[in-house]
Design a binder for this molecule. Sequence first.
Ligand code: PMV
Length: 292
Amino acid sequence: MPSFVPHKVIFFGEHAVVYGYPSISSTVDLFSKIYLIPNKFHYQQTPFVQGALKFLNKEDVYVKVESNVPSGSGLGTSSMVIVGILLHNPELRGERLAKVAYEIEYSVQGLGSPIDTSTIVAGGFVMTNGNYGIPLWEVTKNDKKWKFTNLPGKNLDLIIVYVGNKGSTKEQVEKVRKFMNRGRFAREIMERIGEITREGASAIVRNDLEKIGELMKENHKELKIFGLSTPTMEKVIEIGNSYGYGAKLTGAGGGGSVIILTKERDKIREKLNELNLQFFETSTTSVGAFFK
Ligand code: PMV
C-alpha cells in the first residue's frame, strides 16, 4: 500500500520566511505515491530516504516513488519523499509527522525552514508566521520559531511550469544571505515581501484573483532583485503576466518552477508549447498527505 503525498507551491514569502517573515504556501492537486517494498539488498538511496528509513528502523526496504513531477522542480520533492515514507508508520500523523519530517530534512540540508514539510502534512493554504486562519502548530529550531495556520480560501487554478532543475536550495539561500549581510537594502526588500504576503492572505481569503495575481507579480519583482530568476523563467513570467492574473517563481528559484494564476488557459497553453516547456495544469487542494 502506498502513501499519497501532494506537492506544494509557495505563493508568497519564500526566502523571507528564512528570516522570520510570513509566507503562504499550498498543496496542489499533484500527488505522488510512495511504496516501501521489503528488500534485503541495500540500494543507493538519497540521504533524505536514508534518514526517513532510519527513523522508522526499516533499512531493508526499497522506496519506490511514483511521480510525474521531476525532482529539483522546487515543488517540495524532498519533503514529499520524507513525509511519504514516515506515513507508513501509523503513529506519525499531523503535528508529530510534520516535526519529525522537518528534523530529517534539516539534518540532511543543514538549513532551511519547515514550510515544505508542514504544508505537505497539513494540506490547503498554509501561512507561516501570520496571525490569520486556524492555528496548526509551531516548529522550532535553534533560536528560530515558525508558527503555522491554515487559511480558508477557495482552490485556485494554476499552471505550474517546470523550467529545468533548480540546483540546490542551499546555494540560493546563501546567495540571499550575502545580500542580507551587506546592509539595509536587502532587509527593506524582505520587509516589502512581508507586506505583500500579509496582503496576499487577505486576498486569498476574499478569493480576489486580480489582487492575488498583482501581488504575485510584485513578489516576483522583489525576488528577481536577489538574482533568483533566470532568462527562461522571465519568458514564462511574461506569458503568465499577459494571459494569467499573475505569475512568479516558486520555491528557491535559480530554475525550478514558475506558477501562473490561470486566466486565459488556452492562450497560456499555446504560448508555453511554443517554448517547449513541461507544465502541469492543476489547482490548489485542501488535501494533505495521507495513507489509505
Ligand atoms: O525550492 P524549495 O521547495 O526548496 O523552497 C525553498 C524555500 C526557501 O524559502 C527558499 C527556503 C526555505 O527552506 O524556506
